[in-house]
Design a protein around this ligand. Structure first.
Ligand SMILES: NC(=O)c1ccc[n+]([C@@H]2O[C@H](COP(=O)([O-])OP(=O)(O)OC[C@H]3O[C@@H](n4cnc5c(N)ncnc54)[C@H](O)[C@@H]3O)[C@@H](O)[C@H]2O)c1
Length: 430
């Protein structure tokens, strides 16, 4: 049966082009049979976002003309707490994508047991085409437009693809100006000088590394001496790569939007990071050879870390992948078809909703610190982060072993049970 026949799809998505939301729905279908009968009646809750706001974002360009951008903020589920999730600036952002990313945030926050629901935002823009002042005006106008649904107790944005500490500072300032006083807790991933948390910038990549080590231990793969492939060398990919190399692994190939570089002897992470900072991408890096993008997937490694965009591991490239563990730094990088192929080929996939939850975990610490205006040391943050990640992984791994399901389905079982138990206990209003 096709996905359109199985689900009551919203009229605002095209059934013949469901995009990432279609992938998310298939993941929910896989978990449904494992949920307690008492929770089955609430499953439809997971298949529709609670609230989706579409906004027009007009700005003055530096040349005096006015340009309009399309923006979204979606709150998927808030049964367990306020909405929480990043903000993405990308020319290909769609409502379907933001809906799926918001839903994955609901699952992730429940999987690692932080007291949040799931939300996500996006603006259809290539930020590289804007000047810094245009970017600031766009961020501020977008924040004003979604002002009605965000807030420290209702929905808390954070950085995602192409957004960073500076964007969060502008958002915090805009929200605070409308409010009449500073409200640091409205966003996380802020600069440390503005109520941000130590360790937040590196938290997602650090979490990826911690989880990768835990997974490796379960199937007797050594991190020391292991070969690593990383797709996406931004915040998540570059931090994870650096920690792997510090742990004794060898970074053999990196791909980003500018191309793919390889060095079987090991790429120098520090030099590559500097090259990316200077030039905007990995292409042209002198410490490795340029290879065709398609070849990236078939390079033999022990760990493959997708840390760019969703839908990267598909039925087309999955059969070529020669690795032992895929650790999803990106959100939604693996399609359900690729998931099945990797499983058949004995490749362990550690899903995004656990592997990249380090960012939201430290965002949670930041939010707690902002509320209490009492800030913790970086050691304390990293210690707590490592503990949350290890405990979450252990719980999910146990379910995957007991029920003989993939780690992704196990994570969905743990998370959906938490979300729907909250729904069940709260009951329906009115
Ligand atoms: N930043 C966080 O805290 C965080 C938390 C959880 C999950 N994530 C997820 O991690 C992923 C990366 O986020 P980030 O914050 O590192 O973003 P970023 O903007 O810092 O980096 C994105 C990277 O992806 C690369 N990329 C873009 N398009 C590509 C393509 N077509 N092929 C190959 N590479 C491409 C870019 O070149 C860049 O290196 C996203 O899926 C995001 O949702 C981020």
């Amino acid at each position: 049966m096709s996905i359109e026949q199985q689900h009551a799809l919203p009229s605002y998505l095209r059934p013949d082009h469901l995009g990432p939301w279609g992938i998310y729905l298939q993941q929910v279908d896989r978990v449904a049979p494992y949920l307690a009968p008492r929770l089955q009646r609430w499953i439809e809750t997971l298949k529709r976002p609670k609230r989706a706001l579409i906004v027009d974002v007009p700005i003055h360009l530096d040349n005096g003309t006015v340009k309009h951008f399309e923006g979204y903020r979606v709150q998927h589920n808030t049964s367990r707490g306020p909405g929480k999730g990043g903000l993405r600036f990308h020319q290909d952002v769609t409502l379907s994508e933001v809906m799926a990313l918001a839903a994955w945030m609901s699952i992730k926050n429940a999987a690692v047991n932080v007291p949040y629901g799931g939300a996500k935002g996006g603006v259809r823009v290539d930020p590289r085409q804007l000047s810094l002042s245009e970017l600031e005006r766009m961020t501020r106008r977008y924040t004003s437009e979604i002002n009605v649904i965000i807030g420290p107790n209702s929905d808390i944005p954070a950085p995602d693809v192409n957004t960073n500490e500076q964007v969060m500072a502008w958002m915090m300032d805009t929200y605070s100006m409308n409010l009449g006083h500073s409200s640091t807790g409205v966003v996380t991933g802020k600069p440390v000088s503005l109520g941000g948390s130590l360790g937040r910038r590196e938290a997602t990549g650090r979490g990826v590394y911690v989880i990768a080590c835990e997974a490796a231990r379960q199937i007797n793969v050594e991190v020391e001496g292991a070969r690593i492939a990383v797709q996406g060398f931004g915040n998540v990919g570059s931090t994870a790569a650096r920690l792997f190399v510090e742990g004794g692994a060898k970074l053999v190939t990196v791909q980003d939007h500018t191309g793919t570089v390889m060095n079987l002897g090991g790429l120098d992470v520090t030099a590559l990071s500097k090259h990316v900072l200077d030039t905007g991408g990995v292409s042209g890096f002198a410490g490795g050879e340029k290879i065709p993008d398609a070849d990236f997937w078939s390079i033999e490694t022990e760990f493959l870390i997708p840390a760019a965009l969703e839908g990267q591991l598909t039925e087309l490239n999955a059969p070529k992948i020669r690795t032992q563990i895929v650790v999803e730094g990106a959100n939604g990088p693996t399609t359900p078809e690729a998931d099945d192929i990797l499983r058949e080929n004995g490749i362990l996939v550690i899903p995004d909703v656990v592997a990249n939850a380090g960012g939201v975990t430290v965002s949670y610490f930041e939010w707690v610190q902002d509320f209490s205006s009492f800030f913790w040391s970086e050691d304390e943050i990293n210690l707590r982060l490592d503990r949350v990640m290890r405990e979450a992984f252990a719980g999910v791994w146990q379910v995957s072993q007991e029920k003989r399901v993939s780690v992704r389905t196990a994570a969905f079982i743990v998370a959906c049970t938490r979300i729907l138990t909250a729904r069940d206990m709260r009951g329906l209003y009115p």
